[in-house]
Design a binder for this molecule. Structure first.
Ligand SMILES: C[S@@+](CC[C@H](N)C(=O)[O-])C[C@H]1O[C@@H](n2cnc3c(N)ncnc32)[C@H](O)[C@@H]1O
Length: 275
């Protein structure tokens, strides 16, 4: 089936392409054979559309995914039968990277993406796919919200309007008794520069503009949503080479530099139990 996506849904192909490029390396920071198989099997001109995958971007993409994986594993270590909800899941192959045999998994994305996912990736008895907007409360009706739930949003919130981000986080916090949230967010500077020029390292591909960014005020507002606690910024795992082994970890330890980068944040949902 030829793949035809545009606007925000197309960005999932950029992520997948770079993750797979990193996973092809013998010294990869994120083994992901299913992503490699997927890219090889898909009828989509990845290189013509996105240019050759730049190794630094590919590694960065993989380290970002590895940071989310670490949080999912941490949650599953505490709640082996817990539910992970991946909002805006795209063609992420995280389920196969972290599955320990008991996780219950729910993927939520727009209908054209869920159709593509069903076509290209195998199902699993513990996995459910829901075709609806993350902003539509219907997906929460399908989750056992009395049991621990980890909601992830990797590469999603920056494409939403600010009020919608607040509404979504408030909705999760109001409905999920215990668990956590993990999401990434760009800085205001990154948002303001987005969409103006072709993405670095790409063959002229111009991704859609980011609309939501996080700054100190946004952090404060999110941290004050009832039932959200312990909002904190996570560090990327160390990677390969000087930049990802030393410079990025150093930049992440210095708040003025850290706040100019993409942040991955974690919060606890519920006052009683830890995620
Ligand atoms: C940058 S991609 C990220 C995909 C995947 N999470 C990853 O990291 O590879 C953004 C994803 O968000 C999805 N998306 C955009 N708006 C959405 C919405 N309102 N509700 C659910 N998914 C949405 C897109 O279809 C796409 O799959």
């Amino acid at each position: 089936m030829p793949v035809t996506l545009d606007a925000v849904p197309e960005t999932l192909l950029w992520n997948l392409y770079h993750r797979a490029a990193e996973a092809r390396r013998p010294d990869t920071v994120l083994p992901d054979p299913r992503a490699v198989e997927l890219v090889d099997a898909m009828d989509f001109p990845f290189e013509a559309r996105f240019g050759p995958a730049a190794p630094a971007l590919a590694q960065w993409q993989a380290l970002r995914a590895a940071c989310f994986d670490r949080e999912v594993r941490r949650f599953l270590g505490r709640h082996p039968g817990g539910t992970v909800v991946a909002l805006g899941e795209g063609l992420e192959t995280q389920f196969w990277r972290v599955d320990q045999g008991t996780v219950r998994w729910i993927g939520v994305d727009l209908s054209e993406v869920i159709a593509l996912r069903r076509e290209l990736l195998p199902g699993d008895p513990r996995m459910r796919l829901i075709a609806c907007s993350a902003l539509d409360e219907r997906w929460l009706d399908e989750v056992d919200t009395a049991a621990p739930v980890l909601v992830t949003a990797q590469g999603l919130l920056m494409y939403l309007a600010r009020d919608d981000v607040h509404r979504l986080l408030t909705m999760c916090a109001a409905r999920i008794a215990a668990g956590g949230l993990v999401f990434d967010a760009v800085s205001p500077r990154m948002r303001d520069r987005s969409g103006r020029e072709p993405a670095p390292g790409t063959g002229g591909y111009r991704p859609p503009r980011w609309t939501w960014a996080i700054d100190r005020d946004e952090r404060r507002l999110i941290g004050a949503i009832p039932n959200i606690a312990d909002l904190e910024t996570l560090r990327l795992p160390r990677g390969r080479g000087v930049a990802f082994r030393y410079l990025v970890p150093l930049a992440q330890s210095l708040p003025p530099l850290r706040n100019g980068l993409l942040s991955i944040l974690r919060a606890r949902l519920g006052a009683q139990r830890r995620p």
